[in-house]
Design a protein around this ligand. Structure first.
Ligand code: NCD
Ligand code: ZN
Length: 355
């Protein structure tokens, strides 16, 4: 850190990102690639990224949208299904192409129709992952319709995650996008092999936002944002610098037509505002000295990767930075997640060319 109005941190990484495909990929990728060193790319495409071959092809499509030699590294994941053969994990390990395997309980979120119907069914695959030190990334919510939507994370922890961790203590697990105080406390109580990504929106809003001024689909994501006490617990953990908590934007773009309809899609596109709003959170919590741990160090350490060698510089401006409300994608648009508060931090050094 240099002064109150300038911050220098190692180039950050994004440990949970949806880039989609086709023209959506082309439209959203530059926002990640200009700033982040690496990003874990979620595999919930239609159809999902189910094999090492799918992941290699998807990686190529991502890199093809960037200038040759661009430094952004997409870290690929596989979408676990009931049918994933253990041999696919061995292949993934030997090819060195995958950073992790994503488990979506069937029906838990966007494009999870092919997800796992019961964790017991994939135990053999998980055992191989444990043996090979391949991280398991979990969407930690039950999809049982009898469970209240605000309790889905805590019930998942009791019913699924705790038994799994007891059965496979050496399996490295990321409980993605922690969204509740119970989830935060659970991660804090874990001695090893458990971490969590934290999204900007779970740090910034509570469930009132979904209903303030009328029903607002642009505040709807999964796990759904919860009570103020949950938000404050997540915030406290993130700004503490605890190594088990690291940034994962969960930036999940959907076209306006798909958000603003009955049965509108879950997911917010936040990556263009993510860093500046997170800096505000750390500033407000008087924890600027922990910003680098959260954005640039903890995730790399959890995944056993080196920290990015270069740095970025942020400066605080006197007047609010103008906010982009939406971006074009083909003939439609994608709304940018807007933090309620004005933004005062902008990146003045370290942005990379993406064209
Ligand atoms: C994500 C998406 O749209 O792919 N949606 C979301 O609300 N976060 C899926 C996910 O990560 O749950
Ligand atoms: Zn996600």
């Amino acid at each position: 850190m240099k002064s109150k109005n300038e911050v220098v941190v190692k180039r950050p990484d994004d440990w949970h990102l949806h880039l989609r495909d086709g023209e959506m990929l082309q439209a959203v990728l530059p926002f990640s690639a200009e700033l982040y060193g690496r990003a874990i790319i979620m595999p919930n495409l239609r159809p999902p990224v189910r094999t090492v071959k799918d992941a290699a092809a998807y990686r190529r499509r991502i890199l093809n949208c960037l200038p040759a030699g661009h430094g952004f590294q997409p870290l690929m994941t596989l979408y676990l299904t009931d049918e994933t053969p253990p041999a696919e994990i061995r292949l993934a390990k030997s090819e060195g192409l995958l950073t992790g395997v994503k488990l979506y309980p069937v029906g838990a979120t966007t494009n999870s129709e092919h997800g796992v119907t019961s964790i017991k069914k994939v135990y053999r695959v998980l055992e191989v992952m444990q043996e090979l030190d391949m991280p398991l990334l979990i969407h930690g919510e039950v999809s049982d319709p009898a469970v209240d939507i605000f309790d889905r994370e805590s019930v998942f922890i009791d019913r699924e995650l705790q038994p799994l961790r007891q059965a496979m203590p050496e399996l490295k697990i990321v409980m993605e996008h922690v969204s509740s105080k119970i989830g935060v406390d659970y991660v804090l109580a874990a001695e090893k092999n458990l971490g969590t990504t934290v999204t900007p929106h779970h740090l910034l809003i509570n469930r009132n936002s979904i209903f303030a001024g009328g029903l607002n689909p642009h505040m709807y994501c999964l796990p759904v944002v919860k009570r103020e006490a949950d938000r404050l617990a997540i915030r406290q953990a993130a700004v503490s610098g605890d190594p088990r908590f690291f940034f994962g934007s969960d930036s999940a773009p959907h076209r306006l037509v798909d958000k603003e309809k009955a049965g509108g899609a879950a997911g917010v596109f936040n990556i263009s505002t993510a860093l500046s709003s997170i800096v505000r959170v750390f500033e407000a919590e008087e924890s600027m000295d922990k910003l680098e741990a959260f954005m640039s160090l903890n995730g790399a350490r959890f995944y056993g990767m080196p920290v990015n060698p270069d740095t970025i510089t942020l400066q605080k401006t006197e007047t609010p930075v103008p906010a982009t409300d939406n971006i074009p994608v083909g003939r439609d648009r994608v709304k940018v997640f807007q933090p309620r508060e004005p933004q005062f931090w902008q990146i003045v050094d370290g942005l990379r060319q993406t064209k």
